[in-house]
Design a protein around this ligand. Structure first.
Ligand code: SF4
Ligand code: ZN
Ligand code: ZN
Length: 314
């Protein structure tokens, strides 16, 4: 095969970004990747100068790429970052222990302040304990706990923004899954930015909304960031894995397909759906126990917590 040259410096290219037919050396791949994240931040008005951004870091490759790219961009764009890792208490594969350790090492290397919060320590129960009592699928219960705890920590620390490592691949999969099951209320919320639903809460942003996992992997590998490979003992039960395989196959045959699916959703489908659902979406109010957004008097997390703590005391 003919050797290609880096589009920017003419040195021998180490990789080709298929979606843009762009040959790059390692150094210019890094700057290309970070510029794309910067473009996403600017396009959706995700952060402003002086913002304090809390970055959710699980120790997996996506969240470490997020932390590393934001560490570079925070200097260029004038915002501040702090990393947050939740210890969910998952003992299988020493998953939580390893994920906290990977996040700690990366934060130290990047010179970013790192907050570690034990869910058991803060709320009195771990994810495995909740799973013994609640019948919801592991990842949906885990999602509820993580969303709540991250927003809660963000609120307590007075952060303006909470950034999560959801990728273009995640968004394509979520959009398709919600579409297939007709879950319109979930579908309409898959936006790159979610404004705070009550005063005093951080705005939620997804800076990797336009970044593909295949590029994220190359980015963390070149940067030499050590991450925890998939290994959550509950991950095998996730039904969306088949959709992942399907989308990967289509992307292989038609590079750029995931990007068009997500871009067209944000540009055309989400605004139309949001107008259609405007009057039927329930208004949110403050949970009477904890003050976080809730559709009823008591939020889903407080209801879960009460039930789990009661059972643990028996
Ligand atoms: Fe939580 Fe599921 Fe991720 Fe495990 S795989 S950490 S249960 S969301
Ligand atoms: Zn180059
Ligand atoms: Zn509550």
């Amino acid at each position: 095969m003919r050797k290609r040259k880096c589009r920017f410096c003419g040195r021998e290219a180490r990789l080709v970004v298929r979606q843009a037919n762009l040959a790059l050396c390692e150094e210019h791949f890094i700057s290309w990747f970070e510029r794309r994240v910067e473009r996403t931040l600017r396009r959706y008005g995700m952060v402003g100068p002086g913002d304090r951004v809390l970055v959710a870091v699980s120790g997996g490759k996506d969240s470490l790429a997020l932390l590393s790219a934001l560490a570079t961009l925070s200097e260029r764009m004038g915002f501040e970052i702090t990393a947050l890792t939740l210890d969910l208490g998952i003992k299988g594969n020493a998953y939580s222990e390893r994920s906290v350790e990977m996040a700690r090492r990366a934060s130290e290397r990047l010179g970013v302040e790192h907050i570690i919060v034990s869910v058991k320590g803060r709320y009195g129960f771990s994810l495995p304990e909740a799973l013994r009592i609640d019948r919801r699928p592991a990842c949906s219960l885990c999602g509820l706990i993580k969303r709540y705890a991250m927003t809660d920590v963000g609120r307590e620390g007075g952060f303006d923004v909470l950034a999560t490592g959801h990728t273009l691949d995640d968004m394509a999969r979520f959009i398709l899954a919600s579409y297939m099951t007709g879950a319109l209320r979930e579908l309409v919320r898959l936006t790159p930015v979610v404004e705070p639903r009550l005063p005093g809460l951080p705005k939620l942003i997804k800076p990797l909304y336009e970044s593909l996992e295949e590029h994220i992997k190359i980015y963390v590998d070149i940067k030499g960031l050590e991450y925890i490979p998939d290994g959550c003992p509950y991950a095998l039960t996730a039904p969306s894995d088949r959709l992942r395989v399907l989308l990967d196959q289509v992307e292989q045959e038609s590079p750029g397909m995931k990007h068009s699916l997500v871009r067209n959703y944000v540009k055309h489908i989400q605004p139309a759906l949001s107008a259609y659902l405007r009057d039927s979406l329930e208004p949110l109010r403050a949970c009477s126990k904890c003050g976080m957004p809730s559709s009823g008097d008591i939020c889903a997390f407080c209801r879960l917590r009460e039930r789990v703590l009661k059972r643990l005391k028996r």
